[in-house]
Write a protein that binds this ligand. Structure first.
Ligand code: PLP
Length: 406
């Protein structure tokens, strides 16, 4: 299929906006992506025509809403090639998915002196929940080192694994460096010690094909809003066998089988982990987002974004004083950089005046910033609606920043 960026851009109403009288250039896609009209309309259509609570109703609207909600589960299952529909649990996003696993897994499997392995390049969402449970269970957090390019050092990872390691939790793609981690190899190695692996897929689900069966990961977490869907909806994939063994996360409606004052028995997965009224409207929005990605073709997206990344990297490297953080051989969609000793916020504010949205700061990865001994970076993160012309605009804006601050 031919990829036509002009056609794609026409589907995203926000991109038609002017910012400071200049066309919006949106390079903050790692924080959240823009939404195509089909996603926006699917949510409004839900509220206009079938709004009602799911699972518990026998009336017409409730059945329609339940069907659409469950269709989202099915399309998500196919999207990541999960074996069963019941392995797809809806959450608020990656953060909640990781917290759910950290908490339930720790209760069941993590004890005093056990170890949890994460990496240096994790987002706070894949650090803090583990830190919290380690403190509670008197377990230890172990961190995989990286090299200067921002790649994990595999031999060092291997050295961290032992009989005390209870889980490995690692990001698929770094939101700061763009590094695509060799997760298949990591999973294989961890499994050779019988250690389950959680993959933080917040930055990968919108950019590359994910096949959880092929990867053989035990858990995979991602957020709707980073893949052209709404905020407030995310996914936790878990292998049925492990999810069955974990205790529920929250108590309430829908997650139960039978409640008496003496004892409660719980529902089967996935509902065991979906207590209370769910975010029905945004789940339906997520369905539209996945349909949009499927229609565009995830491989087309990957190839086009790779072209954009290579073009941007080439252009940025030509700028004197430019330092790019994250030069892994296998990377995608993100360029983090500093220009001389210009503070990231100062650069970001000037770039903004050109109508260009970039992110500045620590990107919720303070330990990674500490590792590089920098307070933060400027980050341009790309999506398939970005163009080479927009990259040229960013380069011109950076030249202006240099004139002002150097
Ligand atoms: N993990 C990574 C790698 C991220 O980039 C992010 C968000 O930027 C998260 C986790 C958290 O995602 P959310 O805020 O959607 O829960």
């Amino acid at each position: 299929m031919e990829f036509d960026v002009k056609k794609v851009r026409a589907d995203f109403p926000i991109l038609k906006q002017l910012i400071y009288n200049k066309p919006l250039v949106y390079f903050d896609n790692a924080a959240t992506t823009q939404k195509p009209l089909s996603v926006i309309e699917s949510i409004s259509e839900y509220y206009k025509t079938i709004n009602s609570n799911i699972h518990r109703g026998v009336h017409h609207l409730s059945i329609l809403a339940t069907n659409q909600y469950e269709e989202t589960r099915e399309i998500t299952q196919k999207f990541i090639n999960a074996k069963n529909k019941s392995e797809i649990i809806f959450t608020r996003g990656t953060t909640e998915s990781i917290n759910l696993i950290a908490n339930t897994f720790a209760k069941r499997f993590i004890n005093k002196n056990d170890e949890v392995v994460i990496s240096t390049m994790e987002h706070h969402s894949n650090i803090v929940p583990w830190q919290m449970v380690c403190e509670e269970r008197e377990a230890k957090l172990k961190v995989i080192p990286i090299n200067e390019s921002g790649e994990i050092i595999f031999e060092e990872f291997e050295k961290l694994l032992n009989e005390k390691t209870k889980i490995v939790a690692i990001t698929h793609i770094s939101n700061v460096l763009g590094t695509i981690n060799p997760i298949k190899k990591i999973i294989e190695k961890a499994h050779s010690y019988n250690i389950p692996v959680l993959i933080d897929g917040a930055q990968s689900s919108a950019h590359m094909k994910v096949d959880v069966q092929e990867l053989d990961c035990d858990f995979f977490c991602f957020s709707g809003h980073k893949m052209y869907g709404p905020t407030g909806i995310g996914v936790l994939y878990g292998k049925e066998k492990i999810l069955d063994e974990l205790p529920p996360y929250q108590g309430g409606g829908d997650m139960i089988d039978k409640v008496t004052f003496e004892k409660t028995t719980y529902n089967r997965i996935p509902l065991k982990f979906e207590a209370g009224t769910q975010n029905i409207a945004d789940a339906i929005g997520l369905k539209a987002a996945i349909e949009y990605i499927n229609k565009t073709g995830i491989n087309n997206i990957f190839e086009y974004e790779d072209e954009i990344l290579k073009y941007a990297t080439g252009k940025m490297m030509e700028i004197e004083g430019m330092k790019i953080y994250g030069t892994a051989k296998n990377k995608t969609s993100v360029i983090s950089f500093l220009i001389g000793n210009i503070k990231p916020d100062d650069a970001g504010e000037i770039i903004d005046k050109f109508g260009i949205a970039v992110r500045t700061g620590h990107h919720c990865a303070q330990p990674l910033m500490d590792w590089y001994k920098i307070p933060g970076t400027v980050r341009a993160s790309f999506a398939f609606y970005n163009t080479k012309e927009e990259i040229d605009m960013l380069v011109r804006a950076i030249e202006r920043v240099k004139v002002m601050f150097l």
